[in-house]
Design a binder for this molecule. Structure first.
Ligand code: HEC
Ligand code: HEC
Length: 240
């Protein structure tokens, strides 16, 4: 987190974050730091909650649950590129996965399917399955168009300075592997990344009484054009 704040300080100096009226109040320069602090607090309270739970999950039930997740998320959780893209969980950061399962459960990320899935998972089961998924490393299952990769790399590494878009690499890491609550993007399905960036204000952080880490990405997603989104999604989805 300290690393993110440092990066942000460097990249964001003097920029005005475009956002809706409420978001603008929260996320502006100083507000952003506060949002980050709130995020740190959230993360800490989540960790202590999880530590408080000593109820184990049996190896058999963990294996069965993993198979259940893979029915939708694909073999080795590599993602499934059907009519509706289902994201890759393989190689994903455990803290990020836990945060999203909580967000589905608390309807900060209202998705009828995943809200039901997340609702019944106990803390010990969550710990066991996210640790399993992070260790997997299958080939990317849904890479985007190669012709967009070069333009996408530039956005990922340098951001879009004229539109106040920070470099994705500053937070997601130079190899897009993420860290802690910042997700891995490398190898994520192209149509899923495009959909998330376009729909951010409609799909993430939907419970205003309960602000979460999705606030950090909101101004970034808001400032990107559709073409820029497609380019950067093509770049990350082709990374191994
Ligand atoms: C019936 C199908 C289905 C099953 C079973 C399922 N998922 Fe999902 N999952 C989805 C869909 C669809 C999405 C994408 C939601 C969206 O578009 O926001 C998703 C998204 C997610 C995400 C968000 C990923 C990200 O990159 O933000 C996580 C985490 C997740 N699922 C974990 C799990 C786990 C763990 C299990 C097993 C306990 C599981 N899912 C079982 C369909 C399913
Ligand atoms: C200030 C730090 C920061 C910057 C800069 C940033 N991100 Fe993020 N990003 C995050 C965080 C934190 C999350 C997790 C949000 C959550 O928990 O809902 C995230 C989530 C995402 C997701 C959702 C992944 C998933 O599996 O659903 C995508 C896609 C994404 N970022 C793409 C980008 C792109 C592309 C850029 C550059 C144009 C970028 N990010 C720049 C911090 C950042």
């Amino acid at each position: 987190m300290v690393q993110i704040m440092t990066n942000l300080g460097l990249r964001r100096t003097g920029t005005t974050l475009r956002d809706e009226a409420r978001g603008r109040r929260i996320v502006r320069r100083v507000g952003l730091q506060l949002a980050l602090l709130a995020v740190v607090t959230l993360a800490f309270s989540a960790t202590s909650r999880a530590k408080a739970s000593h109820i184990g999950a049996s190896r058999h039930s963990v294996a069965a649950k993993i198979r259940y997740c893979e029915d939708c998320h694909g073999l080795s959780a590599q993602g499934f590129r059907g009519y509706y893209a289902i994201p890759r969980l393989a190689g994903q950061q455990t803290q990020y996965l836990e945060n999203q399962l909580r967000a589905f459960g608390e309807r900060n990320r209202p998705n009828p399917i995943m809200s039901n899935v997340a609702h019944v998972l106990r803390p010990a089961m969550i710990k066991a399955i996210v640790a399993h998924f992070q260790r997997l490393h299958p080939r990317p299952a849904g890479p985007g168009p190669k012709r967009l990769v070069a333009a996408g790399r530039s956005i990922f590494e340098n951001g879009v300075p004229q539109d106040n878009v920070a470099a994705c690499a500053a937070c997601h890491g130079p190899d897009a592997t993420g860290h802690g609550e910042i997700p891995r993007l490398a190898g994520q399905l192209y149509p899923y990344v495009v959909k998330e960036l376009i729909n951010w204000p409609k799909e993430r952080g939907q419970n205003p009484a309960n602000p979460d880490t999705s606030l950090i990405m909101k101004p970034v997603a808001h400032s990107l054009t559709k073409r820029q989104i497609e380019a950067v999604a093509a770049f990350v989805s082709n990374l191994r």
